[in-house]
Design a protein around this ligand. Sequence first.
Ligand code: PMP
Length: 358
Amino acid sequence: MTTLDDLPIRDDLRGKQPYGAPQLDVPVQLNTNENPYPPSAALIDDLARAVRQGAATLNRYPDRDAVELRKDLADYLGHGLTARQLWAANGSNEIIQQILQAFGGPGRSAIGFEPSYSMHPIITGGTNTRWIEGLRGEDFAIDPGAAVAAIEEHRPDVVFLTSPNNPTGTALPLEVIERILAAAPGMVVVDEAYAEFARTGTSSALTLLPGNPRLIVTRTMSKAFAMAGTRLGYLAADPAVVDAMLLVRLPYHLSTLTQAAARVALAHREELLGAVDALRAERDATVDWLRGRGLVAADSDANFVLFGTFADRRSVWEGLLDRGVLIRETGPAGWLRVSIGTPEEMAAFRAALEGVLA
Ligand code: PMP
């Protein structure tokens, strides 16, 4: 049997592990930070209508530049943004890949502050960009002095900041982003996949876009928008950044059906974002419950909670799985991450955890 090692694969990919959040068919799935609420029957009808309409032209390529969708995304984000400042792709993972194709690559480097989103180093490696591991503090915050020192030492071409951060839930104050922007020699990407879940008083890096052409803010419809299956991510930045994306994107990367579905979802944003308040409340209640239970739980501005710490986190994770609850074994040693589900799912999580810890 042929194995990967037998193939003439790039040396830098040898021995690497693929992204691998388990996809298991269990009753309570709280492991990939999805929104637990499926679309309503009315929304499904509208989606079906839009797909039917799009289907009539499937012999033709889609709008290569997704202009109407980008207008809708600009309208959703507000902040005076226009379609020229928006770019969309198949999930924010593809957006991140395009950013690295344009601004990273062989001989270039990218830095992130860990623990953070595991795909940043994986996509960085995939584009043959060198990954530099910066660190967060004990409280999972980014110390601006330490971050600026690391940036001045390594001079990375791309800086990744994730706010709210995955898997810790930590939001970044704008002052920290501003200091890093001032120090960074290249592009600064603020990954705001979870922005809609932030607690009140947390500002988006979108407010920093005017006058900062090296700033890119990435977003997704996979989380708050409850559209993970659609695969639609996007960025907001200076129009020149969008011009850079046009150089590296594959022509017609965003299918007619994806563009149609995303536009319908944006038109129904009131419904789709309607669960965000409830998810936030459930998240805060989960943090309180975990702490009340004598565990440590990180403050969270996202739709998940990092908690621990366990001498053997694998056995806790497995114990929960045995009870039909799938969470994520990720983050620093000893910690686990639970995505926020429906009240029923969170009750099942609490009951299962009680059972495991009993
Ligand atoms: N950024 C962060 C911080 C994430 O946690 C995720 C998904 N887990 C993504 C980006 C990618 O999401 P998508 O490709 O579905 O937009």
